[in-house]
Write a protein that binds this ligand. Structure first.
Ligand SMILES: [Zn+2]
Length: 337
């Protein structure tokens, strides 16, 4: 079958490989219909990054079941069923998995990628999607689940002022969830014009360009000089880390949805931290329950505009080049027709 392969030196190339086979009764073979790429897929170029390991490219997919083991059948999966899911494999046995905090799993592993004709995943990685849901939207189940988890953890409430750094996929989905939760204002900090435009279209109350010299003052003004109840970092500009501590309100939350280069440390004045009752937290992945719950909220979100362009699989290398250059929230890849 056709596969897009990541080599250790950061080079991507097509490779002809064997079709994956069912190896356990839990396994499900899927014909991949759609995959999406975004900034995280470019980490193939950062050699220290765990996203950069050798192997099949891609993390997100939707597709159709073509074969399955007996245990998967028993769980209700069937040939012809449309599915999406997560590349992450939670061990299911550790203390965290036992209390349904799979995002903290001590032995989390991940499958090979998704930009290929067929994949074999464990039934526990899959979520059935409705037949009438476009594959492009079903494919976004996993990345939306990442944001859904962060949204729940930040506990954004009615009447709050929220500031989101980064108007990429995560920022633009979080913006919509915050508005749905009744946030009084959502301010998005984003330099790219295409994303600024999307933010306005998707309901941002204010869009601030961090290339302006006065952007920090502008942000303070927008929070009525008391700070934002939640400041969420969804983009990997390290300078925004220190800015965020000046912008959070008393009792507020700073949340990191992203990590930075190995050399970046994060420090905050201890008196400020103590007196302000600030919560600094991070958000990584999602629980299995949240992954399933995300399916129910997909229809309430405007996700189509986040897939900026679509390419057939044969043009994947062009798609990566375009993503490298423009950093669109997502680029869609149609894998099979
Ligand atoms: Zn586990």
């Amino acid at each position: 079958m056709r596969a897009l392969w990541k080599y250790k030196n950061g080079i991507l190339a097509f490779k002809e490989i064997e079709d994956p086979q069912l190896l356990s009764e839990n396994d499900v073979k899927i014909k991949v219909m759609y995959s999406t790429i975004g900034i995280q897929d470019l980490r193939v170029y950062r050699t220290w990054d765990f996203y950069a390991k050798n192997g099949l490219a891609g993390y997100e997919m939707s597709g159709i079941i073509v074969d399955l083991g007996s245990a998967a059948k028993k769980d209700g999966f069937y040939i012809g069923q449309h599915v999406s899911g997560t590349v992450a494999k939670f061990c299911g046995k550790c203390a965290y998995c036992e209390k349904e905090e799979e995002n903290n799993c001590l032995e989390i592993t991940s499958n090979a990628g998704t930009i290929c004709d067929y994949i074999v995943w464990d039934k526990n990685q899959l979520v059935p999607i409705p037949d009438d849901m476009p594959f492009s939207i079903g494919c976004l189940l996993e990345p939306v689940a990442v944001v859904y988890h962060a949204f729940r953890k930040a506990a954004i409430k009615k009447g709050e002022n929220i500031c989101i750094f980064g108007g990429d996929f995560n920022g633009l989905v979080l913006l919509q969830l915050a508005k749905q939760a009744g946030a009084k204002t959502v301010t998005l900090v984003e330099p790219k014009e295409v994303n600024q435009k999307l933010a306005r279209q998707l309901g941002a109350d204010f869009v601030v360009d961090p290339r302006e010299d006065t952007y920090k003052t502008e942000l303070m003004k927008l929070s009525d000089f008391i700070g934002f109840q939640s400041v969420v970092l969804t983009s990997s500009h390290p300078e925004w880390l220190s800015v965020s501590t000046d912008l959070v309100a008393r009792g507020g939350t700073i949340m990191l949805m992203v990590y930075y280069d190995l050399t970046i440390d994060f420090s905050i004045n201890s008196i400020k931290f103590f007196l302000m009752n600030i919560k600094i937290t991070s958000s990584f992945l999602y629980t299995k329950k949240e992954l399933v719950e995300t399916l129910a909220i997909l229809h309430s979100l405007d996700l189509h505009p986040l897939i900026h362009l679509e390419f057939p699989m044969k043009d994947s290398l062009t798609a990566f080049d375009v993503e490298q250059k423009f950093h669109y929230p997502r680029i869609g890849l149609t894998i099979n027709d």
